[in-house]
Design a protein around this ligand. Structure first.
Ligand SMILES: N[C@@H](CCC(=O)N[C@@H](CS)C(=O)NCC(=O)O)C(=O)O
Length: 323
């Protein structure tokens, strides 16, 4: 077993480390007084990265973004962890930087931090060890067993155990169920797959990430490949033949769980489950599948509420947030 923090020891001295990479974009929020300097290494339309951005924007954090080239991944060569999102926190205490891996770990650490912003992120990172194992095909897999846990330590907790469990349950449902419906849906037909890739190219600023020729190859080859991958994933995750109805069922399950007595799963304000579902659906907002979801389920009003509260930094000034 290694810890999330240990995995970074020694890498901070590398020449081409994360701090040497020029951000693609800077998000600045005037009211941000959290005092963290952060860079998100991401793909714009990766659902896991969208979850993290939903949280950062909701709480009104300022942060830089490095858009990673999904083919060459040059921007994450410095990291032994090969997935995105990666959140780099600059200059915490003795370390040049801290590396936070995995969307759910990042969300849990920041949520824990917000309960008392005097806590050091370096210490919080120790609560989220990673475990490496080999899967049946011999590929290394990394798991973070505590990723859905907020570390309450000696804080006063107002929420009931039931509410806390529900939040964890739905966060896990997002990563293990909802997310698996995306690819089979957005790549359902060759033309939808092409439309999805064109949308990803547009919002992911691929004009600046790839040369014109590379972009064409990525879009057309990617669309064909993902059309077939979508079919494999549909089988693997036991989706219905009509993959749309699996996605509709999941959205209906989510809105039914919220009920009609409160605006968000978290009550008057979104919790990490709301932010996770929103982030994942936000990643496909420009695809036909998302428009179909709006037309065939009642998730629209909740989604619009989320969009508003996230884009207006509804959770800003949450230092010393009580949970
Ligand atoms: N459990 C991870 C999953 C992240 C993930 O799978 N990211 C994809 C992009 S959507 C990735 O980086 N894939 C590259 C790879 O698997 O090598 C999280 O929640 O952050």
């Amino acid at each position: 077993m290694m810890t999330n923090a240990d995995s970074k020891t020694g890498e901070s001295s590398q020449k081409n480390g994360p701090l040497s990479i020029k951000p693609t974009k800077s998000v600045r929020v005037d009211t941000d007084n959290y005092g963290l300097k952060m860079t998100l290494f991401q793909y714009q339309t990766c659902p896991f990265c969208c979850k993290v951005r939903a949280l950062l924007d909701y709480y009104g954090f300022s942060y830089d973004v490095v858009e990673v080239n999904s083919v060459w991944r040059t921007q994450t060569k410095w990291s032994s962890y090969k997935k995105v999102p990666i959140l780099v926190i600059h200059g915490e205490k003795n370390k040049e930087y801290l590396q936070l891996n995995d969307s759910s770990v990042i969300m849990s650490i920041l949520e824990t931090y917000l309960m008392d912003t005097n806590q050091s992120i370096e210490n919080l990172l120790k609560f989220y060890p990673s475990i490496e194992s080999k899967n049946a095909k011999g590929k290394t897999e990394i798991e973070f067993p505590n990723k859905y846990f907020i570390m309450y330590q000696d804080m006063v907790v107002k929420s009931t155990a039931q509410v806390i469990k529900e939040e964890r349950k739905w966060r896990s449902w997002v990563d293990n169920t909802l997310v698996h419906s995306l690819s089979p849906n957005v790549y359902r037909t060759p033309s939808e797959a092409l439309q999805a890739f064109k949308y990803f190219s547009q919002v992911g600023d691929w004009e600046n990430t790839f040369s014109a020729a590379e972009r064409m190859v990525v879009i057309y080859v990617g669309a064909v490949a993902m059309y077939f991958v979508g079919k494999i994933l549909k089988k693997r995750h036991s989706l219905k033949d009509d993959v749309r109805s699996s996605l509709y069922d999941q959205c209906k399950e989510w809105t039914a769980a919220i009920g009609n007595k409160k605006p968000f799963m978290g009550g008057d304000q979104p919790n990490l489950a709301d932010l996770s579902v929103y982030g994942v659906l936000n990643s496909i907002e420009g695809c036909d599948a998302f428009q179909d979801v709006l037309q065939n389920t009642k998730i629209g009003p909740w989604y619009e509420r989320m969009k508003k509260v996230v884009s207006h930094h509804g959770g800003a000034n949450s230092s010393n947030k009580q949970r």
